[in-house]
Design a protein. Structure first.
Length: 238
């Protein structure tokens, strides 16, 4: 199984309805992302939301720069439909698979971008392809542009992975209880640890990915926020 599992309408809708809103500290990660873009010192006029899902990261960008034009790219029709429903028609919605290196040629007419953001998407690619995607992102940024990745990364040890899993299940349980669901924590844990998309994850340590960004030529590379396996990291193109 690979990332194509996310092209399933049923999985996309289940994620959006019952998981995405339960992700621990997601609002804080979005706030950090917008702060980083603002601290880059230049307005965001055009940006790319890569693997956009329902456009949650790009929508956060638009809270600060409402007149910006976003390009929202995903290979899931259901995700793009959700993004279109949330966002204005001024934006461009592109169905494409950035796992295919040829995606860069297809998106180049819309580049360069002042900012490229991504949320919980690139980790579905094998490490070699991840690194190549980061280089492709670098090529699409305008000089002075910035790349911010909200991402699921590998824990340093099995214990760390256990901490992440239990924290996530607690968050799911709290979210479902607040929504009026009577599902037990054990039911949610069983579903979480046996979810169909788990085999599509190709997690890599954040330290390794920061090294790739520096080798490609990004500056000010850092992990700006980390909560167990959930990170905000990236860098700038001088």
């Amino acid at each position: 199984m690979n990332a194509t599992v996310w092209q399933s309408d049923a999985l996309a809708k289940k994620w959006l309805a019952g998981v995405r809103s339960a992700i621990p500290l997601q609002a804080e990660r979005l706030s950090v992302t917008v702060r980083l873009l603002a601290m880059n010192g230049r307005p965001v006029q055009r940006f790319l939301d890569l693997g956009c899902g329902d456009g949650i990261v790009g929508a956060a960008v638009l809270t600060r720069w409402p007149d910006a034009q976003g390009v929202f790219l995903d290979f899931s029709p259901a995700m793009l439909d959700a993004a279109r429903a949330k966002l204005d028609a001024q934006h461009l919605f592109v169905q494409d698979d950035y796992g295919d290196p040829a995606w860069v040629e297809r998106i180049t007419s819309h580049a360069p971008f002042d900012a490229i953001v991504s949320g919980f998407s690139i980790h579905h690619q094998e490490d070699e392809r991840k690194r190549a995607i980061y280089a492709e992102i670098f090529s699409l940024l305008t000089p002075g542009g910035i790349f911010i990745n909200i991402e699921h990364v590998a824990s340093a040890t099995p214990w760390g992975s256990t901490l992440f899993g239990e924290d996530f299940v607690d968050a799911l349980f709290a979210y479902h209880r607040a929504s009026g669901s009577q599902r037990t924590r054990q039911e949610l844990a069983d579903e979480f640890y046996n979810r169909p998309d788990m085999a599509a994850n190709r997690l890599a340590p954040v330290e390794l990915q920061l090294g790739w960004l520096r080798e490609i030529g990004f500056t000010d590379v850092d992990c700006y926020s980390k909560h167990f396996e959930l990170c905000v990291f990236g860098g700038r193109k001088k």
